[in-house]
Design a protein around this ligand. Structure first.
Ligand SMILES: *[C@@H]1O[C@H](CO)[C@@H](O)[C@H](O)[C@H]1NC(C)=O
Ligand SMILES: *[C@@H]1O[C@H](CO)[C@@H](O)[C@H](O)[C@H]1NC(C)=O
Length: 237
């Protein structure tokens, strides 16, 4: 797990999950998302014995996980929630775009490993709750959930586009004085015109409203790992 936010790391530790170090990842607005993507991709693509990046001081010989490496990685991003608490609409939109970019970087790193070392990856994107700017606090409606085989993701986006994703670390965007949300919304609507669903169902946007039409329907958080495992099993049949 990569989670600079201590409460999340604590939850992970209490479940016996290793917490990986990601230099420059802070759990706030100064975070380097690229560093998180890199740490997770490394952990999922090299055998456990080699890397010095595991954070379990003095307990290395009792390190949990499979002898040949990890089969599950968890990358937590906090900044979006902070922007909701801070009532920072524009920052929230820009930070979400930065997350999109980091997912692209993660996809590229994992795809490299899949091609060279014969790994097979699945990506799942979700959240633990919404933090609407209007409400300034956590809300309790169902959250979006997306799941795919990396191979399908690469096929839908285009392999040359994935290979062309820059792996340069980038800061979270800042908001300039006078920036207006309506301009950003217009740009987004322009981009959204070209969106296409490629697999599974007709949903092509990641949001509370759009995913209500999703083929998975509504399920409990406690059922999530079961849904993921079943999907992987189905894909391998
Ligand atoms: C957010 O919700 C928590 C828990 O209900 C509450 O204690 C807190 O005061 C709320 N914060 C704001 C800013 O409304
Ligand atoms: C790769 O990215 C660069 C810089 O963003 C761009 O100029 C170039 O056209 C891209 N190439 C492909 C094959 O998409």
């Amino acid at each position: 797990m990569v989670a600079p936010t201590k409460i999340i790391a604590g939850l992970g530790l209490s479940l016996g999950i290793d917490i990986l170090l990601a230099p420059g990842a802070t759990g706030d607005y100064r975070t380097l998302l690229t560093s998180k993507a890199t740490a997770i991709a490394k952990a999922l693509s090299v055998p456990l014995q080699t890397p010095p990046f595991i954070f379990v001081p003095g307990e290395d010989e009792h390190r949990p996980g499979r002898a040949q490496g990890y089969d599950f990685g968890f990358l937590h991003i906090k900044a979006i929630d902070d922007a909701g608490h801070d009532k920072a609409s524009i920052l929230k939109v820009k930070a979400l775009e930065a997350v999109d970019r980091a997912i692209g970087q993660l996809a590229r790193l994992l795809w490299q490993a899949e091609k060279t070392d014969n790994f097979q990856y699945y990506l799942c994107v979700t959240g633990d709750h919404s933090t609407p700017v209007e409400y300034v606090n956590h809300s309790f409606e169902p959250v979006p959930f997306a799941l795919c085989q990396l191979r399908d993701f690469v096929r839908s986006v285009g392999e040359s586009n994935i290979n062309n994703v820059s792996l340069e670390p980038f800061p979270l965007p800042s908001v300039n004085a006078g920036e207006d949300l309506t301009d950003i919304i217009k740009e987004t609507q322009e981009v959204n015109k070209d969106l296409k669903a490629f697999n599974g169902d007709s949903v092509c946007q990641f949001g509370e409203i759009a995913v209500a039409r999703g083929c998975l329907g509504r399920f409990l958080g406690s059922e999530m790992m079961g849904v993921i495992k079943k999907f992987i099993k189905m894909k391998n049949e």
